[in-house]
Design a protein around this ligand. Structure first.
Ligand code: ZN
Length: 107
């Protein structure tokens, strides 16, 4: 709640976290918006918590007849917001199961 929002909502929303995923014909996308969390949620990308009151992104869709909401924490939103500049490197690095070997490079 005390964290200041240092990322651009427009830049965050311009990123498509589901690009490349094929959900077939049963997928209806309702788009994304930035909201304030009314309770604690789990981030769809990093699996970390989204605090109550935290400004975060939510994507709504229907998949296989079920209404789904994918929420993204502020840190992942910030990574999405800079994806046009870093080529998606920061947001890719947020995914626990998808760590490309390139990011292991010690510096
Ligand atoms: Zn996250």
């Amino acid at each position: 709640m005390s964290e200041s929002q240092a990322w651009s909502e427009a830049d965050c929303l311009a990123y498509d976290p589901f690009a490349g995923d094929d959900y077939g014909n049963d997928f209806i996308d309702f788009g994304a918006k930035i909201v304030n969390g009314r309770k604690v949620y789990q981030c769809h990308i990093c699996q970390g918590p989204i605090a109550k009151g935290e400004r975060h992104r939510v994507d709504s869709c229907i998949l296989d007849g079920e209404r789904l909401h994918a929420r993204f924490c502020g840190i992942c939103c910030a990574a999405m917001a800079i994806s046009s500049e870093d080529g998606g490197e920061a947001i890719t690095a947020r995914e626990p199961e998808f760590q490309p070997p390139l990011l292991e490079d010690p510096s």
